[in-house]
Design a protein around this ligand. Structure first.
Ligand code: 8YV
Length: 364
């Protein structure tokens, strides 16, 4: 109801992002019914008011509706800054995705009631953590639960790029596969090659484990060296340049911070071994895309496998036009089990916070 009125008030600020599924109306009705039944059973307990900014998995929304007075976004419309600020007024908590930007200006306009931003993401670069902290707003994320799914996509990007997956796929789809020879579509084999991990956090570690399965030698750079049981024989590099010099495949897994924005640029791309493969499943802001395009066009970089881009959704048309890129639309964590787990983890953080306990995944 309130969301509908918000939509009318901010009609020009909302954009349809998806076609609606037939069960959306049903879900909304079910969620409302669940909330009424809960209230009848439990008495007039006042629930905390929670805005869920995007359409989440049914089981996650059902649990949220049981425990909170929820405002859902059943049509999954992307909110403008103005609509986000308006929607956050009068709620105790917001559960956003990385698609909702909480800049210092937005945080300053949120109003006094909002106490927690419980993100449905491991990345928190869309939230100005210092501004949230200064405003007394707690911020949480969803680590661990998406590491396996994201590592799978990193390996898909590596193989898709190294073995020319996009070229082959598009050729057959376009009905243009009319030739074969031993010299046809020859790519780079990853077996036994050096796999460089920039940012050996949870996702980096799982991706390294998967790369070990291809007989790859693991090298990494991280702010702090891992203990031996987590390092598992991987070679630690104290600086980024030293890692790049040995990375036949370089996979990015570091957070986006002022120090890492554009860390892959013309200078650092030139440090990679000739014919290297770049994989990015972290954030598009880590890569200077014009510099990557030049390196891919010259052949200095053999290929890139990319799940994230500087501009999302949409990506970079010049990059997308190159034959030696394997592209995915930011689907690192997009599996049923992982999206359930992310939603439940965000709700766990909210439950802990409102029970007066420290949320497990507090980042500010
Ligand atoms: C998700 C991500 O696509 O967790 C992150 O930081 O980028 C992805 O896993 C997204 O944030 C889901 O809300």
């Amino acid at each position: 109801m309130e969301l509908d009125s918000l939509i009318s008030q901010h009609q020009s600020d909302w954009t349809d992002t998806k076609n609606r599924q037939p069960n959306d109306i049903k879900l909304t009705t079910e969620v409302a019914a669940a909330a009424i039944v809960y209230k009848m059973q439990e008495g007039p307990m006042v629930k905390r008011r929670l805005l869920i900014a995007r359409k989440l998995r049914d089981a996650v929304e059902a649990r949220a509706a049981h425990d909170y007075d929820v405002i859902l976004n059943p049509h999954d419309r992307l909110m403008s800054t103005e609509a986000l600020i308006a929607a956050c007024q009068g709620v105790d908590a917001v559960l956003p995705c990385h698609s909702e930007q909480f800049s210092a200006e937005v945080i300053a306009a949120l109003g006094p009631r909002l106490k927690i931003i419980a993100n449905h993401s491991v990345g928190t670069d869309h939230v100005d953590l210092a501004a949230a902290e200064a405003a007394g707003i707690v911020v949480t994320n969803t680590p661990d639960v998406l590491s396996d799914a994201t590592a799978e996509i990193a390996i898909l990007c590596m193989l898709g790029a190294a073995r020319r997956g996009a070229e082959g796929h598009e050729m057959i789809r376009a009905g243009k596969w009319d030739f074969w020879s031993p010299a046809f579509m020859v790519g780079k084999q990853v077996t036994g090659k050096r796999f460089g991990v920039l940012g050996m956090g949870r996702v980096g570690q799982v991706t390294a484990d998967r790369a070990r399965g291809f007989g790859m030698q693991i090298h990494y750079h991280n702010r702090t060296r891992l203990p031996a049981q987590l390092e598992k024989g991987a070679v630690f590099h104290t600086d980024v340049d030293s890692l790049l010099a040995v990375s036949d495949v370089l996979s990015l897994h570091c957070p986006t911070t002022p120090a890492t924005v554009g860390i892959i640029n013309a200078r650092t791309l030139a440090l990679l071994p000739a014919g290297a493969v770049l994989v990015n499943t972290a954030r598009g802001a880590l890569v200077d895309e014009p510099a990557l395009i030049a390196a891919l066009q010259s052949g200095r970089i053999f290929a890139a496998g990319l799940d994230v881009f500087q501009t999302e959704p949409g990506g970079n048309p010049t990059l997308s036009a190159l034959p030696n890129v394997f592209l995915l639309p930011h689907i690192g964590s997009a599996t049923e089990q992982t999206r359930d787990a992310m939603g439940f983890r965000a709700l766990d953080n909210l439950d802990a916070f409102f029970a007066g306990k420290p949320p497990g995944d507090r980042v500010a």
